[in-house]
Design a protein around this ligand. Structure first.
Ligand code: PDD
Length: 283
């Protein structure tokens, strides 16, 4: 397979020749942000929402964004077109750029856009559900999609050791907020519940809330670890996962140990929503 083409700091280059200077604040200090979206049959899904979240992340960490929304979107489209994958994973990265003392941000952030064929979870995860763990790690600035996934990586490495696919952040007062790369939902008594704050506002989460609101009462509220263990159904959402049912938390069976009916209903509704978006995009 030929190497993907990336956009880096003003140029399109083969992925294996895409580089950043070592002095960039993203490399030296983890000062930078990104966003991550996918295409369905070559059409970027919720591109505007992802780009706006990128700007929100930048603003929250005081990172300059010298490009317009339209320019960023055009670069995403061109990267997508040059690669031509049916279903692509697209990463938009903004790094802190050069800094004279390797600490204070300058005004020359760097923009990169990467595209790869998307890798989605195996079918059995949707059919049988997955296990997750919980972690006492915390994300700093949880509403920012920053390049720092240090705690996330440590937590997921631990989770994989016991066959779990994701780790859920658990606060000192025993609230569960979101996964390292996903948002968290439960069904309880026919209602859909998900945390409102202290999380990354997931784009998949937003779509799920939209499709669910037509069918179920939706409650945005803090969730405790006990809520999670006692839930009728649990699932996680993300761009690559869409909706994945959760059947085990820290090795304990939840939700009867199999994907719940309401979760499966939402999985169908999510797919139908994507199909409608694609039909509208080509119409
Ligand atoms: N992660 N919460 C965190 C901390 C995330 O990193 C992500 C996404 C989500 C879900 O957001 P969305 O539905 O917009 O994908 C929630 C991406 C997939 C990643 O880091 O690869």
């Amino acid at each position: 397979m030929t190497s993907p083409v990336y956009y880096v700091d003003g140029r399109f280059v083969p992925a294996d020749q895409a580089t950043l200077p070592l002095g960039d604040l993203a490399i030296m200090r983890g000062y930078g942000i990104f966003d991550f979206l996918r295409t369905y049959r070559r059409v970027p899904f919720k591109l505007r929402e992802h780009v706006l979240r990128l700007y929100s992340s930048a603003e929250q960490i005081g990172l300059a964004m010298p490009w317009s929304v339209g320019e960023v979107e055009a670069i995403v489209h061109e990267t997508n077109d040059r690669n031509g994958y049916d279903d692509a994973a697209i990463r938009i990265v903004v790094t802190g750029g050069p800094s004279p003392d390797l600490m204070m941000p300058g005004q020359q952030p760097r923009l990169a856009v990467m595209a790869e064929p998307i890798s989605t979870p195996p079918e059995r995860q949707y059919a049988q559900g997955v296990g997750v763990t919980t972690t006492r790690m915390a994300r700093i600035l949880p509403t920012v999609k920053s390049l720092n996934y240090l705690g996330a990586i440590l937590a997921v490495v631990e989770a994989r050791k016991i066959g779990a696919v994701e780790a859920i952040y658990r606060t000192p007062d025993d609230h569960v907020t979101e996964g390292t790369r996903s948002n968290l939902f439960i069904f309880r008594g026919g209602k859909l519940l998900t945390p409102e704050s202290g999380i990354l506002p997931g784009i998949t989460r937003q779509v799920v809330l939209e499709v669910a609101a037509r069918e179920y009462p939706v409650v945005l509220t803090d969730l405790t670890y006990a809520d999670l263990l006692g839930a009728d159904e649990v699932f996680i959402t993300s761009t690559t996962k869409e909706i994945v049912p959760v059947v085990k938390v820290d090795g304990q069976v939840v939700g009867g140990g199999r994907p719940g009916e309401c979760t499966q209903d939402l999985m169908e509704r999510f797919k139908a929503y994507v199909d409608r978006c694609l039909t509208e995009a080509v119409a």
